[in-house]
Design a protein around this ligand. Structure first.
Ligand code: IPE
Ligand code: IPE
Ligand code: MG
Length: 239
């Protein structure tokens, strides 16, 4: 099938509820969620997806209990360390979006090390959204643009959509074709805002630790049946 989305983004939600249903603590839910990440990344490569963007930690997630935040940070370091070889084997290039300067040093160091080691890979671009907020992204872009206007590097009348695009963390990513959110919640939770202007949304009740290969295939099949009109009429598209 040729209608494979070029850029898929996922809000991986439901680790806590998965754990609760199993009578386990949230830690177990996050560990199990990490296994889904591994499987979905491999399946995305197999399906020929060029860009996969995963929401791993939001600017709002700092409000969680301190222990949970620490655990999530530790899990990030160990996953990056463990999965690094698999990324190399799969020719994956890792990048990140979000304010990584505010991450704990071990997380930032591990992340930068994998980004560096995979930078010449030519396969799928795997983007981790870490300490990412759509509003924060737009804000930092506006701030930089305002500064450039002030210093006469850009003239105000030259500010257009591409100017804004070029200053976002997401500047090197194409628009998102398909956004998947697991766990039954139907909201964006401050994920990509600019980049989802014309995205197809797919919500599933499946909790993230249960989201496997077959579930991704189902989402892709659902996407393939959709008609993306981008403001045009259906007749215009078929003529
Ligand atoms: C998603 O699962 C993981 C992160 C947000 C880091 P949750 O931890 O949000 O799981 P629920 O929503 O409590 O079930
Ligand atoms: C969104 O999930 C953030 C990530 C998946 C990293 P949350 O579970 O934090 O979202 P809300 O707060 O319930 O909307
Ligand atoms: Mg949640």
């Amino acid at each position: 099938m040729s209608k494979i989305p070029k850029h898929v983004a996922i809000i991986m939600d439901g680790n806590g509820r998965w754990a609760k249903l199993q009578g386990k603590n949230r830690v177990t839910g996050h560990q199990q969620g990490a296994k889904s990440v591994k499987e979905i990344v491999e399946e995305a490569v197999a399906q020929g997806i060029e860009y996969l963007t995963l929401y791993a930690f939001s600017t709002e997630n700092w409000s969680r209990p301190k222990d949970e935040v620490n655990l999530l940070m530790k899990l990030l370091v160990s996953s990056l360390r463990k999965e690094f070889h698999r990324m190399v084997d799969n020719n994956i290039r890792l990048v990140s979006i979000g304010n990584i300067d505010a991450l704990p040093t071990p997380v930032k160091d591990e992340l930068l090390s994998v980004i560096e080691k995979t930078k010449n890979n030519t396969g799928m671009v795997l983007t981790l959204a870490l300490n990412y907020g759509g509003k924060e992204d737009l804000t930092q872009a506006m701030r930089t643009i305002a500064d450039k206007v002030k210093n006469s590097i850009i003239s105000p009348e030259k500010v257009d959509e591409s100017t804004i695009n070029e200053h976002l963390y997401t500047r090197n990513l194409p628009p998102v074709d398909l956004l998947i959110r697991t766990s039954g919640e139907e909201r964006i939770s401050n994920f990509l805002l600019w980049h989802i202007a014309y995205t197809e949304l797919y919500f599933t009740k499946t909790l993230w630790p249960d989201f496997k290969k077959e579930d991704l295939k189902e989402a892709l099949l659902n996407y393939a049946k959709r008609e993306r009109r981008f403001g045009k009429t259906s007749e215009q598209l078929t003529s």
